[in-house]
Design a protein around this ligand. Sequence first.
Ligand code: NAP
Length: 252
Amino acid sequence: MMDALGEPQSVLVLGGSSEIARATVKALPRARLRRVVLAGRPSDALDAAVADLAEAGISGVVAEQFDATDTPSHGEFIDRVFTAGDVDIVILAFGVLGDQAEAETDPSLAVTMATTNYTGAVSVGLHVARRLRVQGHGVLVVLSSVAGDRARRSNFVYGSTKAGLDAFAQGLGDALHGSGARVLIVRPGFVRSRMTVGLEEAPMTVDPQDVAAVVVTGLRKGKETVYAPGPLRFVMTGLKSLPRPIFRRLPM
Ligand SMILES: NC(=O)c1ccc[n+]([C@@H]2O[C@H](COP(=O)([O-])OP(=O)(O)OC[C@H]3O[C@@H](n4cnc5c(N)ncnc54)[C@H](OP(=O)(O)O)[C@@H]3O)[C@@H](O)[C@H]2O)c1
């Protein structure tokens, strides 16, 4: 459990090879960190994440097999991780960006995006919440996106999955209110990571380390929602208030 200093002893990353999640684990206070479970699909990237965190001096880093789309397995998986020991921080980091144009011509690709980003998150998120409630402490960090704040023509399939995820995470946070456990929603803008390699950078682009710093500060301050970078909150407030005919014409 989090000690008196509020420092985590154990972390579970769902989407264990995520670059944002990896940077976040590295940025957490680590004096008391003893267990890090990187849950993901077996891959070189997952192995590399385990090795990288261990090299950074973080102890107790292990990989576990987890597939966001395999929802029937989620309950047993979460029970196994929590039964082995309390989990202070769960980072829900899995997600696919997909390709909007391909998704429009082949809706089965859109279904994969929705199944991973939304359905998978609803499934595992509810199982995590069930165990956090029993623990009476812990934080579920949900990697949402500004793309979910308002759907854009250029990536509305991804944006809609994140809008659903974000709404789910808000409600889950309210459901956990008073239980001792909570939810931190993270809304990054464009982040330079594996997910965005080769894409044209947007204004206010940041690195995974910048998102990590925002997450760590948000955890320390007990925030419910953070943007990365922080000022994107004001940009999104402005964008959300634009009338549709104007919003549609914006080059984004
Ligand atoms: N990069 C950005 O600009 C940006 C902006 C806003 C929000 N986000 C969100 O931040 C989160 C982390 O993204 P990132 O930038 O760190 O990208 P990343 O390194 O590509 O991480 C995405 C992670 O999702 C995992 N994943 C995908 N499908 C999965 C499945 N079916 N089961 C289990 N894991 C699965 C990937 O694992 P595999 O190695 O197995 O594919 C990978 O670990 C995502 O939810 C993303 O939508 C990213």
